[in-house]
Write a protein that binds this ligand. Structure first.
Ligand code: HEM
Length: 238
């Protein structure tokens, strides 16, 4: 059984694609990759705080100055987040309905070298990790983007460095952020290679490589994001 409404002849090709399972997978993959690109750039941008508070604030200020580009990126990101989440939920519901009954014990498919199974904790927890990441994003934006507006004295520049440092001096922020980064890694560990798979970019030869690279990327991201809150919390950065 499928939850998608029937596709009529008059529907546009885009709508047909959106309603088909293949189209949903494709759009989930494309939006997921767009967000992953943002996440990598954001992580690298965070690293400027290791150089100095000035460098971090200058970077934030620069992004405010190139506002037409920033607004465009924000628009693409917002659309990607909503599309990705709604398609992810639809795909998950369809899969759940397709299973006549849930497995009492979850057993991974065959591990033979000819047809290895790519099921993992990461692939099975996508809906949960995705839901937590969505809620995190609301909290994150309320704290940093729309939160307290400190200014660098004598200028109009936002003092984002002060905001970030004050947040991660509190255990609530550091512990929850590090926990969320672990879930982000879990989500991307499956999401990254699965997106390329949905785009048809992987054949049997490169699939194990993409699978391994996704794991490496996920680990680098959790380390790259996690190091800043931990450094601040333990007083190495103030
Ligand atoms: C230590 C980790 C992080 C720090 C210190 C951090 C810091 C910030 C700050 C200061 C802003 C506001 C920038 C501004 O208003 O100019 C921001 C925005 C944002 N962050 Fe993070 N962030 C972190 C992790 C993440 C993660 C893991 C995600 C996604 C999963 C994320 C997604 C976003 C988004 C979508 C925005 C809004 C961007 C925009 O509207 O231009 N951040 N972050």
């Amino acid at each position: 059984m499928t939850i998608s409404p029937p596709v009529s002849e008059s529907d546009s090709r885009i709508l047909k694609l959106y309603r088909s399972s293949i189209g949903k997978k494709l759009l989930t993959g494309i939006t997921g990759l767009a967000m992953s690109l943002f996440v990598v750039v954001h992580m690298l941008g965070n690293m400027t705080l290791f150089f100095s508070a000035e460098a971090y604030n200058q970077f934030g200020h620069f992004l405010e100055q190139v506002w037409p580009l920033t607004y465009l990126i924000e628009l693409v990101l917002t659309l990607s987040v909503f599309l990705h989440a709604s398609l992810g939920i639809q795909l998950w519901l369809t899969k759940r309905q397709a299973r006549s009954e849930a497995y009492a014990v979850y057993e991974s498919a065959g591990q033979s070298p000819e047809k290895p199974s790519y099921q993992s904790l990461s692939s099975r927890s996508m809906i949960v990790s995705g839901a937590v990441l969505g809620s995190f994003l609301v909290w994150h934006l309320l704290t940093f983007k729309f939160g307290l507006r400190y200014s660098v004295s004598g200028s109009e520049m936002r003092d984002l460095a002060r905001l970030v440092i004050e947040a991660f001096q509190q255990p609530l922020y550091t512990v929850s952020y590090v926990a969320v980064f672990s879930l982000l890694a879990l989500h991307l560990r499956h999401g990254l290679w699965s997106a390329w798979q949905s785009l048809g970019a992987l054949n049997q030869n490169v699939r194990p490589l993409a699978y391994g690279l996704s794991l490496i990327m996920a680990v680098l991201l959790v380390l790259g994001f996690g190091i800043l809150p931990l450094a601040i919390y333990f007083g190495l950065l103030s």
